[in-house]
Design a binder for this molecule. Sequence first.
Ligand SMILES: CCCCCCCCCCCCC/C=C/[C@@H](O)[C@H](CO)NC(=O)CCCCCCCCCCCCCCC
Ligand SMILES: Nc1ncnc2c1ncn2[C@@H]1O[C@H](COP(=O)(O)OP(=O)(O)OP(=O)(O)O)[C@@H](O)[C@H]1O
Ligand SMILES: [Ca+2]
Length: 547
Amino acid sequence: MELLDMDVDPVRLESSLWVGKKRYRAALTGWHLNWTELDKKNRDKKTVSVPVSEVIGVEEGRVQVLPQRSVAEDTDREFTVFYVKRSSSGSPYGLLWRLGRTQFCCPSRDLRDQWMTQLRIALKTHSPSRPHRLLVFINPFGGKKQGRQIYHSLVAPLFELAGISSHVVVTERANQARDHILKKDLTGFDGVVCVGGDGIFSELLHGVIGRTQQEAGLSAHDPSVTLQSCDLHIGIIPAGSTDCVCFATVGVNDPVTSALHIIIGDSQPLDVCSVHHRSSLVRYSVSLVGYGFYGDVLAESERHRWMGPLRYDYSGAMVYLSNRSYAGVIQYLPADSQLSSPRDNTRCLSGCSVCSKGTERLFPHSPGASSLYSSHFSQFSSDTEGEWVSVEGRFRAVSLTCMSSSCPRSPLGLSPSAHLADGTGDLIIVRDTHPLGFLTFLHRHTSTQDQFDLPFVDVHRVKAVRFSLPTGEEEDRDEERERVNDGGMTEEGKRPSRSGSHKHLVERGEERGQKDFLCGLCCSKAPAVSVWNCDGEILPHTEISCK
Ligand SMILES: CCCCCCCCCCCCC/C=C/[C@@H](O)[C@H](CO)NC(=O)CCCCCCCCCCCCCCC
Ligand SMILES: Nc1ncnc2c1ncn2[C@@H]1O[C@H](COP(=O)(O)OP(=O)(O)OP(=O)(O)O)[C@@H](O)[C@H]1O
Ligand SMILES: [Ca+2]
């Protein structure tokens, strides 16, 4: 046994260890755990190096955690190190992460104890941003209804291994997670986690933003107010139908990958867009605010929830076949085209320089790029300079996306070069066109072909957008007024009342669905207005402003 340099930093501990029948020289420095295979003449063969920040846990003995926890007998000279292992599969924008595991055998029990102690000290000192206590919300009805099973079999064992204690709430109704965050005592929690899709993520987002503003005494209804940034991080374990926020931030939809990111305290700031109707806040969005095609697909899909994730494809086909376009007036405030453009072929990833510059511009005094996962605010009140541009016409689709909105259905997303946290969104305007043209546009979302390189499509990087109906068709007819009263945010809670507006709109969608889709197909009168899809929720207003 050699035991070298124990007290001298950077090497904290170095010794010979065995992994199976092979002998290694293992060393723990402040930042890395390395082990190098030695041949019979003590010459180095290959080295494995794991950053301490990616070590998940250390256990005495020969331990296995996934798929089930098991501990081998007679193991007082052994210890097991668990760490992040990048798999070779995944997507071009994110690799799958797996739980790596190496079982070391020491020459003595004493040395084993030294390794355990030093590794645990290193973990504590070099992973300051790791969460210790998490509040987890599981939507048992999201996606393929596997949220509970996904959490308990794949995620909880990892949290336990990493020493994270979690309080789990399985939701019993829509908006329970949001209300819990808005109203309950959250002392001691380092973050909130959702197990589900974009819908339950949105609940957490509204809860976290709403609570922060309540505590700061700010009214989110006032579009000119600068909202307070949020301290609570949001983690997402994907178990929904689209899981667009997870895919666009992590690059893959995989519960184990996400759990490992959460454990090591990774974070990614996100742009949040507020949607107002007149002077009241309607909702926040991080992904899609879409009118026309995406609004109609959502309204139609709500009637087919029983189909699960397939409902979007079915509804997409139905809406496509109904061949609709809508009149409207779009106004937008262009972002600085010197900084970036939606057609510059860049791809935003964690550590993106455009986002860092954006953060610096929007939050000149913040310490670095905010460490928030997804509750980061653009201070548009100080960023509203510029000339508004107006476009009037008939549109197949009007979409505003703050991020690429990539998802398995469209791996590059609605706007492949959009940035996660630059304080801007991409406005995609698809003017009325013939059915084949629109199908080409849609189809290009599934490949690397440029969906913006079509004569009826325009894309602009923007700071704010307003949408209104053409003169004479403004949103003050009875029907619209009813929708206004029925939905939107309540004064006290600054929160969306999904169920009220939703029920109404689903009913309306049902009525419309039965008559109008058939009408659309046989060219009779189609409705004059569509609905807005805001991250998978139907908005109760047509005339909105986003920033
Ligand atoms: C010919 C194949 C065309 C395939 C076209 C694929 C386009 C896919 C674009 C995906 C964009 C996702 C945007 C993300 C929005 C999320 O914040 C939100 C919340 O989860 N999801 C939805 O609103 C859910 C929206 C889901 C929209 C799905 C649209 C599916 C369209 C299918 C069209 C079929 C045409 C067939 C013609 C016979
Ligand atoms: N216990 C519950 N019962 C009914 N609805 C719920 C419950 N918990 C959450 N919800 C609501 O269900 C909706 C959909 O949830 P979620 O996003 O998890 O799944 P999904 O719709 O299948 O996925 P995606 O949003 O990715 O398409 C959300 O709007 C959420 O508010
Ligand atoms: Ca953005």
